[in-house]
Ligand binder design. Structure first.
Ligand SMILES: *[C@@H]1O[C@H](CO)[C@@H](O)[C@H](O)[C@H]1NC(C)=O
Ligand SMILES: *[C@@H]1O[C@H](CO)[C@@H](O)[C@H](O)[C@H]1NC(C)=O
Ligand SMILES: *[C@@H]1O[C@H](CO)[C@@H](O)[C@H](O)[C@H]1NC(C)=O
Ligand SMILES: [Cu+2]
Length: 350
């Protein structure tokens, strides 16, 4: 497995000692308006303070971009395999530490419980997460014909019910030039932030029933598969695809497996994904605090949609490929969020 340069993410200092005051992650709409604005402000703060990885990744021009670059570089190792949940757990933890340490943010990364919105298409459209003043802004204008856009900007399957495709025009990130992507490169290619919301897809695959199906997983390997989807077609999509493709549609930044952290909605979606892992673990903590599995290789069984690929199942002793920092972290260090180095919790389980 290719290792990225350990200096890539700069100076992550692993919190030491016991966990006394866990950071609390709350659902977006339970935050006060002031708390919502302070999260947005902290994200914008990371977008204007200097990068640490620009020497490695030409497109990284801010501390925020370091994270987008890291995700782009790591995508082929941490999606559609077993690393998916623990890797993103640690990735969010590092981002949360930066929001707090560089930008004075006091809270945890909020989560977007899509099941609250997924009750109807109208509820999705009116969701407070898309609020122009106290949220992340809304959709892009509808572009019916996407044939003039490059292929690697678009999802490989057509997204049913897409309603946008243009550059977002409302909210705090309407001005934003996303520095890298869309897709698998870290060159500096500034572009507007696009959304292509599919209220239909969100109601269909990010609803309470699908979440219950995911939480019914019998072991970790099954959990990670049910979270990421049962197949690549819309019929097999589940919660992870629901947040990404429900917001990003066919051509929005959120829809891109590589460059999706370019849309700040990424963080509250993945905070919810992590809450799902935590909820599942706590249903049978004695067993699940140490249950690990899933292939070490992208697109290997049970994600072998493109044919069989050799693999082994990952274990607690595997290194987390690769958080990009000097201290190696093993998967076993990501299993308990209520202990060091993670030390956070969710206000309530799903
Ligand atoms: C993504 O980009 C990296 C770096 O250029 C390359 O090594 C890798 O093969 C690409 N992934 C895919 C699936 O094309
Ligand atoms: C989850 O499991 C419970 C208990 O076996 C079952 O009653 C329920 O139908 C399952 N839910 C879904 C959505 O599969
Ligand atoms: C990986 O684990 C799954 C069960 O979680 C099992 O079905 C599969 O055979 C294992 N694969 C290998 C290569 O050991
Ligand atoms: Cu990801």
């Amino acid at each position: 497995m290719t290792r990225a340069d350990p200096s890539d993410l700069g100076s992550y200092a692993k919190p030491q000692g016991t966990c006394r005051n866990p950071i609390v992650r709350k659902e977006w709409r339970t935050l006060s308006l002031l708390e919502r604005m302070s999260f947005i402000a902290a994200v914008m703060c990371l977008q204007i303070i200097p990068d640490r990885t620009g020497k490695t990744y030409a497109g990284a021009r801010s501390r925020y971009d370091d994270y987008q670059a890291l995700h782009i570089r790591m995508t082929d190792y941490v999606h559609f395999d077993g690393f998916f949940l623990p890797w993103h757990r640690f990735y969010l933890h590092m981002f949360e530490q930066d929001l707090r340490n560089y930008c004075g943010y006091r809270g945890g990364i909020p989560y977007w419980d899509w099941t609250i919105d997924a009750v109807s298409e109208d509820a999705v459209i009116k969701s407070p997460i898309f609020d122009p003043f106290f949220g992340f802004g809304g959709n892009g204008p509808y572009i019916a014909d996407l044939s003039s856009f490059p292929d690697d900007w678009k999802t490989i399957v057509a997204i049913p019910g897409r309603t946008g495709g243009g550059c977002i025009t409302t909210g705090p990130f309407a001005w934003r030039q996303v520095p890298m992507g869309p897709a698998n490169h870290t060159e500096y290619t500034p572009h507007c932030l696009r959304r292509d919301i599919s209220p239909y897809l969100i109601t269909k695959v990010a609803n309470a029933n699908v979440l219950e199906m995911v939480l019914n997983a019998t072991d970790f390997s099954d959990l990670t598969r049910r979270s990421q989807g049962l197949s690549l077609s819309p019929g097999g999509m589940t919660i992870h695809a629901g947040g990404h493709l429900g917001v990003g549609g066919q051509i929005g930044d959120m829809a891109n497996t590589y460059s999706s952290p370019g849309d700040p909605l990424f963080w509250i979606h993945h905070s919810m994904m992590d809450r799902v892992m935590e909820t599942w673990q706590r249903k049978d903590w004695a067993v699940r605090k140490t249950d690990m599995g899933g292939p070490d290789t992208m697109w290997a069984y049970p994600y072998n949609y493109f044919g069989d690929i050799p693999y082994r199942n990952i274990t607690l002793e595997d290194d987390l490929v690769y958080p990009l920092m000097a201290n190696n972290i093993k998967i076993k260090e990501t299993m308990d969020i209520s202990a060091g180095p993670l030390c956070y919790k969710y206000d309530k389980l799903a």
